[in-house]
Write a protein that binds this ligand. Structure first.
Ligand SMILES: C[S@@+](CC[C@H](N)C(=O)[O-])C[C@H]1O[C@@H](n2cnc3c(N)ncnc32)[C@H](O)[C@@H]1O
Length: 326
């Protein structure tokens, strides 16, 4: 799951310029926490927003009503990246309770960065880090200092707990915020990770934005996939899935070089995906009983995961690229 091609249009120029959220710096965590509260405790937050007509969000002044729009848009974006609807966000922590890596190939990421010497003095930026699976593993295995940002507060909370439990809390900084803004200001990292995502970072071609986050000679790690050999056409919604050569051409369009390319064995990928979909299905059964009013959307989510998996199995080859900024 989450290798969803429809939100992995990594190399296309986005036409969707509008609706970009929040600006740099500022109290990322608290504001995004509030953003999620909009869903869980909507009326309370709406009243608060009415009282505080102007709010400072990530260093940008936003009118109260605008604030709700900004946060709604971010929640939609987060939900979309997880193949859910905003209404389902409150249930996602439970639905995904047994899944740590939300699409990233953690072992491959750790191994690739180790191979190029990103270790205990390395500074790594994990963009849209989810529950911190790659970041915490990099800190634990390679001793890296990692900074992870994600817009979904429950994931950030879990990432911090995982870092503490793994004994690497001092190497990990996790913040709740909008990655589309964060990438515009991050600079001089030794490596940036972009795993299981959309291309639509701040409305610019993704690789062009990501490469600015690392120093010259630094690394850009893209965990994604390509159109499997022999597949001539893509189903609706998967048009962004390019053949391998098209992806490599886009990756290197700014003069960077591919240092490594790893394709996962389809068997390993299928086994992982199967396990994930099974765990979601089990969690959904319990949740639907506890929350009968939400049973429809919960079951629909499971159905979408199953369909997504079946489609990707037929057309997609998971792959990870390590680029060096030249
Ligand atoms: C498919 S998951 C991948 C997470 C992580 N890279 C992994 O593989 O475990 C996509 C993640 O992107 C986050 N996300 C989506 N849009 C975002 C945005 N605009 N700002 C911050 N996080 C965002 C979601 O909350 C979600 O955790």
């Amino acid at each position: 799951m989450f290798n969803a091609v429809h939100h992995r249009r990594l190399f296309a120029t986005s036409a969707r310029q509008g609706g970009r959220c929040v600006s740099k710096n500022g109290p990322l965590g608290s504001v995004l926490l509030s953003a999620n509260l909009i869903i869980w405790h909507g009326p309370i937050i709406v009243r608060l927003a009415e009282i505080h007509t102007t709010l400072l969000i990530f260093g940008r002044s936003v009118e109260g009503s605008d604030w709700i729009r900004v946060m709604d848009e971010l929640n939609r974006e987060i939900a979309r990246s997880l193949e859910a609807t905003p209404e389902l966000l409150p249930f996602l922590p439970k639905l995904l309770a047994d899944v740590w890596a939300l699409g990233s190939s953690v072992e491959i990421i750790v191994d690739l960065l180790r191979q190029v010497g990103i270790n205990d003095s390395g500074r790594v930026f994990d963009v849209g880090c989810g529950k911190g699976a790659a970041a915490v593993s990099l800190a634990k295995e390679n001793g890296c200092h990692v900074y992870g940002i994600d817009g979904f507060e429950p994931f950030i909370a879990e990432a911090r707990t995982r870092a503490r439990d793994a004994g690497v809390a001092e190497l990990c900084t996790f913040e709740c915020g909008d990655m589309r803004e964060a990438v515009l200001h991050a600079r001089d990292y030794d490596a940036v990770i972009y795993a299981a995502h959309s291309s639509e970072l701040a409305g610019r071609p993704c690789v062009e934005v990501l490469r600015q986050c690392v120093r010259h000679g630094g690394y850009i790690l893209i965990d994604d996939g390509f159109l499997a050999d022999g597949v001539d056409s893509t189903p609706p919604g998967y048009e962004g899935l390019l053949p391998r050569d098209g992806i490599v051409a886009a990756l290197t369009a700014h003069g960077d070089r591919v240092v490594r390319e790893v394709t996962q064995s389809p068997e390993t990928w299928h086994a992982d995906e199967n396990r994930i979909v099974d765990s979601i299905r089990r969690r959904a059964e319990t949740l639907a009983v506890l929350h009968p009013q939400a049973a429809g959307p919960i079951n629909e989510y499971v159905r979408l995961q199953e369909r997504e998996y079946a489609t990707l199995k037929a057309i997609h080859m998971p792959a990870t690229w390590l680029l060096q900024r030249c």
